[in-house]
Design a protein around this ligand. Structure first.
Ligand code: GDP
Length: 230
């Protein structure tokens, strides 16, 4: 019992260890693909930085991701010598030039399809506007690459109880059959913090360094499903 307790305490502290490791726009500059990592993704302004900061109990951890020049990069945060969190560039800005969109898509698809240490992805959606077409497209990619996804419906403090649950129902209906889960989350009042941490820590404790949890194959030679038209 003592051992379990100690391990649990250590894991609980793990996210608090997060520290900025570096940013990259090309797979050749990513940290070595070893150990375990969990990525965070979502539409711009969905509350990704606030969620990262809250979950890691740090005020400005994700501020580094917002430094000019880094918003279109993958930002890596180390937790210990074999585990990381990754902040993926936000998507869904209406007025982004087509070329930027194409670059984002190439970068993200390359990451999702090849990153063997990626154990799971936290997808953030504003609870007031869930399941936008871009979110659907992102979920399609993750399903295709068999990446476990957990959705955080952010800013839930902005909704009354009825609307919160309506939002949750819409998202769960959209995820039906995919194996992905969803929950309410608020960086402001800390709703859902422990539930989200538990999912992340479970993924990070996957004991097979350097290999995907479900034996997915490396798909670099296969074209991904045509994205939904937005
Ligand atoms: P990002 O672009 O996805 O990283 O989003 P941010 O974390 O920067 O959040 C976007 C805006 O939403 C900011 O003004 C935040 O203060 C606000 N925000 C983020 N999380 C919450 C939350 O849980 N509750 C409320 N009320 N506002 C939030």
């Amino acid at each position: 019992m003592q051992t379990n307790h100690t391990r649990k305490d250590r894991e609980g502290l793990l996210l608090g260890n997060a520290r900025y490791q570096g940013s990259a726009v090309h797979p050749s500059r990513f940290p070595p693909d070893e150990g375990a990592e969990v990525a965070f993704a979502g539409r711009s302004n969905a509350g990704k930085s606030s969620a990262l900061n809250t979950l890691c109990n740090r005020r400005a951890l994700a501020r580094t991701s917002r430094t000019p020049g880094r918003t279109q990069m993958l930002n890596f945060f180390t937790l210990d010598d074999s585990r990381r969190l990754v902040d993926l560039p936000g998507y869904g800005f209406a007025r982004v030039p087509e070329e930027t969109r194409r670059k984002w898509k190439r970068l993200i698809e390359s990451y999702l399809s090849r990153r063997r240490s990626l154990k799971g992805l936290i997808l953030l959606m504003d609870a007031r506007h869930p399941m936008k077409p871009d979110d659907g497209q992102f979920l399609d990619w993750c399903a295709y690459h068999r990446i476990p996804v957990h959705v955080l419906l952010t800013k839930s403090d902005k909704l009354g109880r009825g609307k919160q649950h309506q939002s949750l129902r819409v998202v769960r209906a959209g995820l039906l059959g995919s194996g992905s889960g969803a929950q309410l989350f608020s960086a402001r009042d800390r709703t859902g913090q422990e539930e989200a941490r538990k999912i992340i820590l479970d993924w990070l404790s996957n004991p097979t360094p350097g290999s995907r949890p479900d034996g997915r194959e490396d798909r670099k030679d296969i074209q991904t499903k045509k994205p939904r038209r937005v």
